[in-house]
Design a protein around this ligand. Structure first.
Ligand SMILES: NC(=O)c1ccc[n+]([C@@H]2O[C@H](COP(=O)([O-])OP(=O)(O)OC[C@H]3O[C@@H](n4cnc5c(N)ncnc54)[C@H](OP(=O)(O)O)[C@@H]3O)[C@@H](O)[C@H]2O)c1
Length: 316
């Protein structure tokens, strides 16, 4: 058998990277092998990836030399940053720059960079329909990723720009699931009005990335958006009601009310949902499920994701 090409995966113990490592492992004849990058090779998550056949190596996105070593000899690299670990757009941009330079130095042939849209193209800083945050962003965790796109191009790295979508898994891990209202009825609260929300199973983000690596050179230089489904808030609530066998109500609130929730990142997320809502057509169009399915035939719809994950959604 021909030697398998190495895909170095940043964030391998996390949602996107983990999905990619598992997709590579599930396709042993696909011609690729995963190199899982973690800060600590000794954790249970890291050991689980090793058991799947991945090579597990230590590196930190804040340590460029460690990234260079981790990318050495790799055909491909999956690059993702971790905004919610530090909530600093500047740090996120610096981390992307370190990955781009490391990929160039190591001679990586194909990078997939997990990015998002620059919302300031739609809502300039002078537009006060939503507050400007941290001095020069509308949606910091989006805008910073987009701002970093050129770092890969400037470094001369062959790159595919992957526009990811809202994870359905946020209903489990990010406190966004339905909560009992004052009358006890489960209530899904989103500042989305009647707009559609392009979302995806987190695992399918990684599977989509695998499809891009498999397809190879044709996708270099392209921006590819993926989602699994694009339900409205009301449709999400109805699907949850069917899956859970109990009433689930959708409550549309204003972005201002969401921003005022006060938890860390509430303003960023309030602006994000307002961006989804106000630019629904563009945002949905850039993430066509048909594109995602062509990269990943097992792509899950929201209903399919719910069927597999409904018992994991905290309802209290
Ligand atoms: N939540 C959503 O709906 C959504 C949707 C689209 C995009 N995103 C974006 O996705 C990004 C995060 O990706 P994810 O959800 O796959 O992450 P995740 O599940 O939170 O996993 C992050 C993993 O990254 C590793 N990590 C953290 N800091 C690191 C560092 N300094 N150096 C090396 N590895 C580090 C950790 O691994 P170790 O502990 O093993 O090192 C961790 O397991 C964020 O920037 C977010 O904006 C999120």
């Amino acid at each position: 058998m021909a030697e398998r090409k190495i895909i170095a995966v940043v964030g391998a113990t996390g949602a996107q990277g983990g999905g990619l490592v598992r997709a590579i492992a599930a396709d042993p004849s696909g011609g690729f092998v995963a190199r899982a990058i973690t800060r600590d090779v000794g954790t249970d998550k890291a050991k689980a990836l090793a058991r799947l056949g991945a090579e597990v190596v230590a590196a930190d996105v804040d340590d460029e030399a460690s990234l260079r070593r981790a990318f050495e000899g790799a055909h491909g690299a999956y690059c993702v940053t971790f905004f919610w670990a530090h909530m600093s757009p500047e740090k996120e941009i610096a981390e992307a720059g370190a990955m781009a330079r490391a990929a160039k130095a190591a001679g990586v042939g194909h990078v997939v960079w997990s990015t998002l849209d620059d919302t300031r193209r739609w809502v300039p800083l002078t537009d006060d329909r939503m507050p400007t945050l941290m001095g020069r962003y509308k949606v910091p965790h989006f805008d910073a990723k987009a701002e970093a796109d050129h770092l890969f191009t400037d470094a001369g790295v062959p790159t595919t720009f992957l526009l990811t979508s809202f994870y359905w898994d946020n209903l489990i891990h990010f406190g966004m699931g339905p909560k009992p209202g004052p009358d006890g009825v489960l209530t899904l609260t989103l500042p989305m009005g009647e707009a559609r929300l392009p979302g995806i199973a987190a695992e399918d983000s990684g599977r989509g990335a695998y499809g891009i690596f498999k397809a190879g050179a044709q996708h270099i230089g392209r921006t590819i958006g993926i989602s699994g489904d694009q339900p409205t808030g009301a449709e999400m609530a109805a699907a949850m009601a069917r899956a859970l066998g109990r009433e689930v109500r959708y409550q549309a609130i204003t972005p201002d009310a969401y921003r005022a929730f006060g938890f860390p990142g509430a303003e960023d997320l309030g602006n994000m949902f307002q961006f989804y809502r106000d630019f629904e057509r563009d945002f949905c169009a850039s993430r066509d499920p048909a594109t995602a399915r062509s990269l990943n035939p097992s792509l899950q719809t929201f209903e399919q994701w719910l069927a597999a994950n409904k018992t994991r959604i905290p309802l209290a």
